[in-house]
Ligand binder design. Structure first.
Ligand SMILES: CCCC(=O)SCCNC(=O)CCNC(=O)[C@H](O)C(C)(C)COP(=O)(O)OP(=O)(O)OC[C@H]1O[C@@H](n2cnc3c(N)ncnc32)[C@H](O)[C@@H]1OP(=O)(O)O
Length: 297
């Protein structure tokens, strides 16, 4: 194999590895196999994935009798569905939503009750932080469709998406203070990135419910949907489609550039932007677009 092809393949493999790797390993006291075994003991609900022909997937948090609370087995299923999405090369967008017109009431309280020792809490925290970071890093434009309530860990899941759409009656609430805890699924760090430290401090320290207008005014929500029930999903599909129009290769490259900018310091980010630019410049989509523009002028 010529050296340049080998180098390219190695670069791609490294990029894939960086995207999929867990944030934590044994040096942080994290044992993934043990974590999975412990979480599997707390079952209930499911996390369902539908990959659409239009390149937009729908990921459903499904535990309606508990307002879509996330059980241990749902944490495992969420991780499996993210792994599946990481391999979906035709994908362009993702809509995360909850079953039966409500988003998610956070960690399943019966699971958290059983995992209330500090060691178990940290294990769950590292597992969920890794999973949600992988969700955030997917080369897909992601949207949380918030209907009903997004409470505690449910509010944290919202922050792992690029955008948040709220229906008129919905509410996001970082309720953690009332539980005597802070967000542990990465929601605090991500909230600060989304709305800045001052607003984040207000929301976390008041534990107040955030209604759509307020969320929109502080930049937590990106739009308020007028539809409810099934129509809200249709509206969310239309909303996201203005950002996912075009070839998957291009949309995925755009998301990668933004992810890199968010995660790296400026100099690293510029280098990473250069690497990603190199993967699309001179490629078939670029050349086709170029020839169209040249013909027009
Ligand atoms: C690092 C992670 C941090 C965390 O996520 S900690 C967990 C934080 N979440 C919470 O404290 C949410 C507690 N739940 C609530 O405040 C309310 O149920 C909620 C979501 C506002 C919905 O209120 P309502 O619409 O009035 O419904 P409801 O209270 O009657 O609930 C319906 C059934 O769902 C259950 N449920 C709701 N949230 C749950 C949860 N997180 N874990 C386990 N079960 C939960 C609730 O117990 C009730 O069950 P049942 O019908 O009485 O058998």
């Amino acid at each position: 194999m010529p050296l340049t092809i080998l180098r390219c393949a190695m670069k791609r493999a490294k990029a894939r590895w960086c995207q999929h790797r867990s944030l934590y390993n044994s040096s942080h006291g994290f044992n993934e196999t043990e974590a999975k075994r412990a979480l599997a003991l707390h079952s209930g609900g499911s996390v369902n994935l539908h990959k659409g022909q239009n390149g937009i997937a729908e990921l459903c948090l499904n535990n309606p009798s508990r307002k879509n609370a996330i059980s241990g087995s749902m944490m495992l299923e969420l991780e499996e569905q993210i792994s599946d999405l990481e391999k979906w090369n035709d994908g362009k967008g993702l809509i995360v939503y909850g079953a039966e017109d409500t988003f998610c009431s956070g960690a399943d309280l019966s699971a958290t009750n059983a995992l209330c020792k500090p060691k178990d809490g940290l294990m769950m925290c590292m597992f969920m932080q890794s999973t949600l970071t992988r969700l955030q890093r997917l080369p897909l434009i992601s949207v949380s469709l918030v209907q009903g309530k997004a409470i505690g860990g449910g509010a944290e899941i919202c922050t792992a998406c690029d955008f948040r759409l709220m229906t008129e009656e919905s509410e996001i609430r970082f309720v953690h203070k009332h539980m005597g805890i802070v967000p542990g699924w990465g929601g605090a760090s991500r909230l600060i990135q989304i709305i800045g430290p001052r607003q984040a401090l207000k929301l976390l320290s008041s534990a107040q419910g955030i209604h759509p207008e307020h969320a929109l005014s502080i930049g937590l929500a990106d739009d308020i949907l007028s539809s409810t029930a099934d129509k809200a999903m249709e509206e969310a599909q239309t909303w996201i489609s203005s950002y996912t129009k075009g070839p998957a290769e291009t949309i995925r490259a755009i998301k990668k550039v933004v992810t890199s900018g968010r995660e790296h310091a400026l100099v690293d980010s510029l280098r990473k932007e250069k690497d990603i630019f190199g993967t699309v410049w001179g490629g078939p989509v670029h050349l086709q677009a170029l020839s169209k523009v040249l013909k027009r002028n």
